[in-house]
Design a protein around this ligand. Sequence first.
Ligand code: ADP
Ligand code: MG
Length: 609
Amino acid sequence: MTKITILPDILCNQIAAGEVVERPAAVVKELMENSIDAGGGKITLTLVQGGRKEIRVADDGSGMSPDDALLALERHATSKIRAIEDLQSIRSLGFRGEALPSIAAVSRFEMVTREAESLSGVAIRLEGGVLKNVRETGCSAGTAVTVRDLFYNIPARRKFLRSVDNELSHISDQVMRLALACPDVHFRVVHQDRQLYDFPQVKDRTERAGQVLGPGISSKLQPFSAETQHYRIHGLMSTPDVQRPGAGHLFSYVNGRAVWDRLLNRAILSSYETVIARGKYPVVVLFVEIPPALVDVNVHPTKREIRFRNPGEIMEAVRETLRRTLEGSVMPGKVIDLGSFIQAQRERTFPGHPFTRETQIPIGAGFGPLSRTTRDVVPAETVTLPGSAAEGLSPDGVPKTEEGLQRQTESSLVPGAQPAFSRLPYLGQLAESYLLLEAQDGLIIIDQHAAHERIIYDRLSSVSSKEPSQRLVKSVVVELLPREAAKLRRWLGTLQNLGLEVEPFGGDAFVVHSVPAILDGCSPEALLRDLLEGASEDERAPQWSLPYEVAKTAACHRAIRANQRLLGDEVRYLLETLDQTQIAATCPHGRPLWFKLTHDEIARLFHRT
Ligand code: ADP
Ligand code: MG
């Protein structure tokens, strides 16, 4: 007797379900994707016990003939592709023909469906993948699938189901991801007779984002778009004052399919790297439209992951588009949280130094939303990327960099816009850490360390041309660990461009010949060691991330410290250079760099209003 047998279909389906049907949210995803593929204009999801007891997805899409409906439940049955080449031009969300039989194999399953032109529909019932009943039935056109008692026949899986709330939050996430991409579909979600969501059809994805993410977040989203010969990148991104604790609000789509792609996420985050604090996340809805032949969607059972033919190019385009959009935005002079400011004032023990480091104004706490006026200045910029026809200025002539800056400084009359610091009267230094300036409408306080960090960072990270370097009088030899040495070897070229000239010196030793001119005077050894410690471990980290890491570490190293008295010249240099930096609202670590206490706010402190 042979030891090897071919598994029966039901068992195959149950095994496939292990991958495709991880939890109720996965069932929701598969069924709703089918409804979207079927051209449904309205999709209603009804749940009992967070989907653990029952999941029902009903649509008004194409429906199926009785024969097709039965076929759809067979393994590898699909209407969406006929040959492997079809994957090259796939536009539907599904194509593997796995979902329905897999779900049916691990639940009590019922599908009721009717094509619009048929007089009656068909109802098919299965239990644990075994066909129990097929009957003709009257029903509305479209398809309704009901999945009860998920994993009832696989106790080991059932045990892994989480609480109702937990499963429900996964389902919400799935629905949000699907809904964001399909503004022309009406989505409704009901949980035990309570309506959770109702997103009627809207005209575009921006309006849909408003429905899905709510007015609080969506009022802080700005549109972006960029095009090259082969692909288009567009979507919505939050202003830097939106800082969320997790990555749950990163929504990426490739050709309308929601994906969770590490590289895309990394590209998104890196564009925010210098304006958002470490460990905080923005809200981004990113759509990448690319010829299907340039992306492989068949690398993951739930199609959540994809593989780009040319990942580097896409990543760079995403990063660049988002970064430019961020730079184009007028940055917060923010609305200060007056409550916490007053609190801080009260807690100060009289008559101590007004602003010691411990009792400084809690800028972070009050780093509130952009004012409406400021936000309205933000243009929906279409960035033209290298490689596309008209390189350079965007079609609507939206100013970038220099010009954009000019525009920012000119708008300094708008409360919240960034003023031209160097043109404001300088009042003096506070606690050897802050520079005080008099603005037309209040008092500006600049964190000198953060400001200088930002200046150095901007200088070093614009690596388009080689940074001038300062030759060391005496070269410095640095001994490294093998792991550090390996890292450094990969970086040598990039470091050289930054003006940091390092050469292998036998074994794991290196010799430093020069440092970037702007960092003249800092210890090359300390700089190098900090760099090696801080920068990304990931070997696959794209090339562009390194200059950023270097610049950030270097900036922190060399920058004017807090508790350092500054001379007139130094103050002038700082303010003038700050006026030329593109994102002068935060330091490279994402901490705020300056804020304004307006006359109104001061008056309120003195109970004059
Ligand atoms: P896939 O979506 O990968 O093709 P599924 O197992 O999810 O595989 O579905 C199998 C087939 O059943 C689909 O190709 C489609 O023809 C049909 N189908 C599934 N759901 C629906 C629906 N809601 N409306 C119309 N047809 C459907
Ligand atoms: Mg499907």
